[in-house]
Design a protein around this ligand. Structure first.
Ligand code: AMP
Length: 206
């Protein structure tokens, strides 16, 4: 099973992904973590993306698509992948579908963590104080939220049309959110409903 954890920065995607890894033997594919690791290693890629990340803007689609593609074989070999912070643009979402299809695989669920802006700002202020992530400073965070609203939120209808989207209250306590996610994942995998609709309309046509 493959799922996308969807939501703005600091919605709790990373926290929930780690719980799912522990409970379901899945792997977490976080492009943010991969890019931070590249920076920490001092690689050319890390140097290339550092300033963009600190500003709060998105790095190029090509870079993150390549990072994800490299890791997809691991998803097939385990209980599936939790995509965290990817895809963030329509081009990334289309590339992800195509990369999975080439492997006979697909996205089964998209879980949207719904959060309110005030709650988010409070969370990020706390995280900035505790962890000091450069892109959590108020100016960069504003850019990250703008990038989410302009480039990432438009993906929601893309997944809703595929019948894969479930919304969960991301402001609830961590364990309550985790339970809601588990309940959504234990629903039949996406696609069944689409097939039913397809059969029904085919019957009606003939
Ligand atoms: P995150 O930890 O997911 O919020 O990612 C931190 C930063 O890494 C983002 O603000 C972007 O600069 C970059 N980044 C992470 N994932 C992506 C992605 N899928 N597309 C473009 N940029 C990304």
């Amino acid at each position: 099973m493959n799922l996308i954890l969807f939501g703005p920065p600091a919605a709790g995607k990373g926290t929930q992904a780690k719980k799912l890894v522990a409970e379901r033997g899945m792997i977490q594919l976080s492009t943010g973590d991969m890019l931070r690791a590249a920076r920490a290693s001092g690689s050319d890629l890390g140097k290339k993306v550092a300033a963009i990340m600190d500003s709060g803007s998105l790095v190029s689609d090509e870079i993150v698509i390549a990072l994800i593609e490299e890791r997809l074989p691991e998803a097939k070999a385990t209980g599936g992948a939790i995509f965290d912070g990817f895809p963030r643009t329509v081009a990334q979402a289309e590339a992800l579908d195509a990369m999975l299809a080439r492997r006979g695989d697909k996205i089964d669920h998209v879980i949207r963590l719904k959060v309110d802006d005030d709650g988010l700002l409070a969370r990020v202020a706390k995280r900035f104080a505790e962890e000091g992530r450069a892109d959590d400073n108020p100016e960069s965070f504003k850019v990250r939220l703008q990038a989410y609203n302009a480039q990432t939120a438009p993906l929601l209808p893309f997944y809703a049309r595929q019948g894969k989207l479930t919304e969960v209250d991301g402001m609830a306590a961590v364990d309550v959110v985790a339970k809601a996610i588990s309940a959504a994942l234990d629903q039949p995998a996406a696609g069944a409903a689409e097939r039913e609709v397809f059969t029904a309309s085919t019957d009606a046509d003939h």
